[in-house]
Design a protein around this ligand. Structure first.
Ligand code: NAD
Length: 469
């Protein structure tokens, strides 16, 4: 299949979506998906799928995104295996009843939170990390005892097609249904009643998903996008900051939801930072990144044209070369961008990095706070007082001090957005909880009955109740 062909779910399968969802729901209702053996099998299946198909998945991502082999591993295949294995190792303790204390007024009693599966989860995925952003949410759903309907992205058809054809061999066929296709398929799925929707994609489509979910009052977890800023403080080694920013922007050719979108640095240090980032890119990709096997491509001609148009009327200080045929766009730095231009108002999602000169740290913090809350924020400073101040005075889904992207990685660090960058958290226990109904249960013995609570309410009863509740 070529990158321009969009795989489609046949219409007869779409007609039967309701019946498929009911089939998946009955796996949950029967209690089968609550057994630890069943959950172990699905999580093992995900890890085995990645291990046994590493070559094919790497090839598919190279076709879709020109993805370098190691980047396919470190950003998609490796983390999917490690998350499935981590969940398998830990979900039993998260699934166990969680004891909570009970006030005197309700004694004698025991109280606990009893996690239970929600049911059938719809997972809608984007194209930029087309393995990881499918498998990690799916693993969390399975760990919590749910079944999954998956809609991978039509924009990465080689990867989507491979997953649709091979993944079902590794998991229970009553646990997973995959529907390939674009907006029409998503729309047909969203008309159905699910028990949870996990959506990763753009903020605009997130609104469409939430509207559709409202119809059935289905809970949503929205992993959306935005413009993630980098603040480089005065005290930090500019070469180190430059390399780490260059790496975060270069990975997957900048097509990363938490890629540094733009950089704020004091005006006097701007040129040194720009030179440092350029040097780092040259070290990584050589003088001509087009020839580098380690630099990816833009996912489609449409996305390439949008990125190139962002450069209109801007001052390009580094890079800027592009070629639509090979979907190549050089790592590029823009200085003094027009602040009301699309480059500075839309999520960039490609290898273009505006570097904006500011007066000082306060000015940088104000710059961030005057704009929608971002998915990630990066601050570079060796002075903990400075980075803490930035963290306290700004709001973002997540943050990373003195590096970029890395906060995505730890299993126990909940990942997600805030405001227009999304809602809800996943990874590790946060993902398990997101796909669970955390049922609050109070258990009372039948012995030791007191009539205190029952009418008629006398004066003594009333006094006692007010004292102890
Ligand atoms: P997108 O919103 O265009 O598409 C995401 C999914 O929604 C795809 O499967 C697509 O088929 C489907 N879709 C598209 N239009 C739809 C509609 N009108 N109705 C229903 N479904 C629709 O996003 P994308 O271009 O695939 O991905 C890029 C975006 O995703 C960026 O904004 C990026 O920041 C964000 N993203 C966020 C995270 C995160 O973890 N927060 C991770 C990766 C990407």
């Amino acid at each position: 299949m070529t990158a321009t062909e969009v795989p489609q779910t046949p219409s007869f399968q779409l007609d039967a979506i309701g019946a498929t969802i009911e089939r998946l729901r009955s796996t949950v209702r029967s209690g089968e998906s609550r057994t630890f053996e069943w959950r172990d099998r699905q999580l093992d299946g995900i890890a085995r799928f990645c291990k046994e198909n590493t070559k094919q998945l790497t090839k598919a991502m190279a076709e879709d995104l020109g993805r370098p082999e190691l980047e396919a591993w470190i950003a998609d295949i490796g983390p999917s295996i490690s998350e499935a294995e981590y969940l398998k190792k830990n979900y039993r303790k998260w699934a166990a009843p969680r004891k909570v204390s009970v006030s005197l007024a309700v004694q004698p009693a025991k109280a606990e939170v009893l996690p239970e599966p929600l049911g059938v989860a719809l997972v809608i995925a984007p194209w930029n990390y087309p393995v990881n952003l499918v498998l990690e949410p799916m693993a969390a759903a399975f760990a919590a005892g749910n079944t999954v309907v998956l809609k991978p992205s039509e924009v990465s058809p080689a990867t989507s097609g491979f997953i649709a054809s091979r993944l079902p061999d590794y998991v229970d066929t009553n646990a997973l249904a995959i529907y390939e296709g674009g907006v029409d398929v998503s729309t047909a799925l969203l008309a159905e009643r699910f028990d949870h929707i996990f959506f990763t994609g753009s903020t605009n489509v997130g609104k469409v998903v939430m509207r559709a979910a409202a119809e059935h009052l289905t809970p949503v977890l929205l992993e959306l996008g935005g413009k993630s800023p980098v603040i480089v403080a005065d005290d930090v080694d500019i070469e180190v900051a430059a390399s780490r920013i260059a790496w975060g922007k270069g990975l997957n050719a900048g097509q990363t939801c938490i890629a540094p979108d733009y950089v704020l640095v004091r005006r006097e240090r701007r040129d040194a930072l720009v030179a440092g980032i350029e040097r780092a890119w040259t070290d990584f990709y050589g003088k001509n990144p087009r020839k580098s096997r380690d630099f990816g491509r833009i996912v489609s001609g449409r996305h390439h044209r949008r990125l190139v148009s962002l450069l209109n009327d801007q001052t390009v200080a580094v890079g800027g070369d592009h070629d639509e045929n090979s979907r190549y766009l050089a790592p590029t730095i823009v200085i003094d961008p027009e602040l009301d231009s699309p480059l500075m108002t839309e999520e960039i999602f490609g290898p273009i990095l505006p570097v904006v000169g500011v007066d000082d740290l306060d000015d940088a913090v104000d710059f961030v706070n005057e704009r929608p809350k971002p998915l990630a924020l990066y601050v570079f400073s060796d002075d903990a007082a400075v980075s803490d101040l930035v963290l306290r005075r700004t709001s973002s889904g997540g943050a990373c001090v003195n590096h970029t992207l890395m906060h995505f990685s730890p299993h126990d660090l909940p990942f997600g957005g805030v405001g227009p960058a999304g809602m809800g958290r996943y990874h590790g226990k946060a993902g398990f909880d997101a796909f669970s109904n955390l049922k609050g249960v109070l258990k009372k013995p039948t012995k030791g009955e007191t009539n205190l609570l029952y009418p008629p309410y006398g004066r003594v009863t009333s006094k006692l109740i007010k004292k102890f509740t």
